[in-house]
Write a protein that binds this ligand. Structure first.
Ligand code: GDP
Ligand code: IMO
Ligand code: MG
Length: 426
C-alpha cells in the first residue's frame, strides 16, 4: 500500500505545490481533498511558472490521474478558466477527474464572503469558501451531481436559495442581488464543459490504492488554518489537516500509510490573527523580499517571522506526521544568526504546547534559541552531504524539536532544487 497525505504544517504557502509536483513524477494519482480557489499552489518547471488553485499540482505529468475530491469547494467558472489556461500552455488535462459530490461555489457565496468579511475582519481570500461550506453543513448547498442528474429538482431549490440570498444581500447589506435565471443558464453551460471530467472519485481513489498504485493527497492551506485545530476564528472553513483527506476524498484512515508535513524554514501568514514569531521590522521585510512572500491568490504581502517549533510539534501531533519536507531553506542564506521559537512565555510561565485559545496565543511571547547561519548560496546544492554544516544542523534541530525526520529539503522553487533523503513511496 502506498498512499501519502501531504499537508501544510503552518498557515499555508509552505511550498505544497512545489513538493506535490516533485512527488507527482512517481505518483499514479494526485488528489485534492479540501479548500478551493482560496489555494494558490506554485509549480516552477525550468522557466515556466504555473499557479494552480483548484487543479491538483500533479497535472503537469500527463500520466498522473488528478482528482478534485468531494471535499473541494468547486467554483466551476474558476476551474474552467484554470483548465483553459493550462491547455493553452500545452498541458494535457484529460486525466482530471471531478467528484460528483463536490459542493458548488455560487456567485452569491463570493458576494456574501466579501460582504461578511468587511465586518468579521478575518481577511479571507473572498473566493466564497466560508459561505459555500456553511451552506453544505446547513444542507442548503448544491452538488455538481444535482445539476447533472436532477436539473429540475435543482432548479426549484436553486430558485428558492437565490431568493433567500438576495434578501440577505439587499436587505442587510443594501447591495444588488442576483437574477436566478442568469445564474441558472451560466451553471448549465459550465457543467456541460465539465461533464467529461465527472466521476465517482471515492471509488476511483479506493481502487487505485487497492491496486497498489501510488496515491498522493495534496492538502491546501495549513494546520493552523484548520476550522477545528487552527487559530479559530482566523481560519479557513475546511480541514487542511491529514484527517481531512479521508473525509474529503472518501477513503478510510487505514488506506493511508504516510503523512508528509511541509514546513517552511521560517513562518508566514496571510490575513488576520495572532502570529507569535511575526517580525514587524527590517528582518521581517528581508524575509518577505528574499522569499518573494506575496500571496499567490490575492497578491497580498505575507506576514513573515522566525520558525516556530511549538507549531511544528503541534502539527506533528494533529496530523500524525511520519515525514517532513523543509522548504525555502535558501531564503535564510544571508543571515548570520537564525532564531527558532521553542516555547511561549505566558503570564510568567513557559508553554511548550500550542495554546487552545487565541486570546492566550495573542499574549504569548516567543522564547528563542539561536543557531549560526551558513551565509552561503544553497540554490545549487543537490546532495544532503553538500549542504554546509550549519544548514544541516538547522535541519537536525528542526527534526529534534518537531520529533519527525526530514525526507526532503528544498533550496529553490524549481524541481531540480530539491534534496531527497527519504523514500516517500515504498
Ligand atoms: P503552497 O500554497 O504551499 O503551494 O505555496 P505557494 O506556492 O503559495 O508559495 C510558495 C512559494 O515559494 C512559491 O512561489 C514557490 O515557487 C516558492 N518556493 C517553493 N519552494 C521553495 C524553495 O525551496 N525556495 C524558494 N526560494 N522558493 C520556493
Ligand atoms: P494555500 O493552499 C495562505 C487564509 C486567508 C484568511 C483565511 C480564511 O495556498 O496554502 P478563506 O478565503 O479560506 O475563507 O480565508 O485563510 N488562507 C490562506 N493563507 N495560503 C492559503 O492557501 C490560504 N487559503 C486561505 O488569507 O486568513
Ligand atoms: Mg499558496
Amino acid at each position: 500500500m502506498s498512499a501519502v497525505v501531504l499537508i501544510g504544517t503552518q498557515w499555508g504557502d509552505e511550498g505544497k505545490g512545489k513538493i506535490t509536483d516533485f512527488l507527482a513524477k512517481r505518483a499514479d494519482c494526485v488528489v485534492r481533498y479540501q479548500g478551493g480557489s482560496n489555494a494558490g499552489h506554485t509549480v516552477e518547471v525550468q522557466d515556466e511558472k504555473f499557479m494552480l488553485h483548484l487543479v491538483p499540482s500533479g497535472i503537469l505529468y500527463p500520466q498522473t490521474i488528478c482528482v478534485v475530491g468531494n471535499g473541494v469547494a468547486l467554483d466551476m467558472g474558476n476551474l474552467i478558466k484554470e483548465l483553459d489556461g493550462l491547455q493553452q500552455r500545452g498541458v494535457d488535462t484529460s486525466n482530471l477527474r471531478i467528484s460528483l459530490r463536490a459542493p458548488l461555489v455560487m456567485p452569491y457565496h463570493k458576494k456574501i464572503d466579501e460582504l461578511e468579511d468587511r465586518s468579521n475582519g478575518i481577511g479571507t481570500t473572498k473566493r466564497g469558501i466560508g459561505p459555500t461550506y456553511a451552506d453544505k453543513i446547513n444542507r442548503t448547498g448544491f452538488r455538481i451531481s444535482d445539476l447533472v442528474m436532477e436539473p429540475e429538482f435543482f432548479e426549484t431549490r436553486f430558485k428558492a436559495q437565490v431568493e433567500q440570498k438576495n434578501r440577505l444581500i439587499t436587505e442587510i447589506y443594501g447591495e444588488e442581488g442576483f437574477d436566478y435565471r442568469i445564474l441558472m443558464d451560466e451553471l448549465l453551460s459550465q457543467v456541460e464543459i465539465l461533464k467529461p471530467y465527472l466521476a465517482d472519485t471515492s471509488y476511483l481513489v479506493y481502487n487505485q490504492i487497492k491496486e497498489g498504485k501510488k496515491v498522493l493527497f495534496e492538502g491546501a492551506q495549513g494546520t493552523l488554518l484548520d476550522i477545528d485545530h487552527g487559530t479559530y476564528p482566523y481560519v479557513t472553513s475546511s480541514h487542511p489537516i491529514s484527517g481531512g483527506a479521508c473525509v474529503g476524498a472518501g477513503i478510510g484512515p487505514t488506506c493511508i500509510n504516510k503523512v508528509l508535513g511541509i514546513a517552511k524554514a521560517y513562518t508566514t501568514r496571510v490575513g488576520e490573527g495572532p502570529f507569535p514569531t511575526e517580525l514587524n521590522d527590517e528582518m521581517g521585510e528581508k524575509l518577505r523580499q528574499r522569499g518573494c512572500e506575496f500571496g499567490t491568490t490575492t497578491g497580498r504581502p505575507r506576514r513573515c517571522g522566525w520558525l516556530d517549533a511549538v507549531i511544528l510539534r503541534y502539527a506533528t501531533r494533529v496530523n500524525g506526521l511520519t515525514d517532513l519536507a523543509v522548504t525555502k531553506l535558501d531564503v535564510l542564506d544571508e543571515f548570520p544568526v537564525l532564531k527558532i521559537c521553542v516555547g511561549y512565555r505566558y503570564e510568567g510561565r513557559v508553554l511548550t504546547e500550542f495554546p487552545e485559545n487565541i486570546g492566550v496565543l495573542a499574549k504569548c511571547e516567543p522564547q528563542y534559541i539561536e543557531m549560526p547561519g551558513w551565509q552561503k548560496d544553497l540554490s545549487d546544492v543537490t546532495e544532503w552531504s553538500d549542504l554546509p554544516v550549519e544548514a544541516r544542523n538547522y535541519i537536525a534541530k528542526i527534526e529534534e524539536l518537531s520529533g519527525v525526520k526530514q525526507s526532503i529539503v528544498a533550496v529553490g522553487p524549481r524541481r531540480s532544487q530539491t534534496i531527497v533523503s527519504g523514500q516517500l513511496f515504498d
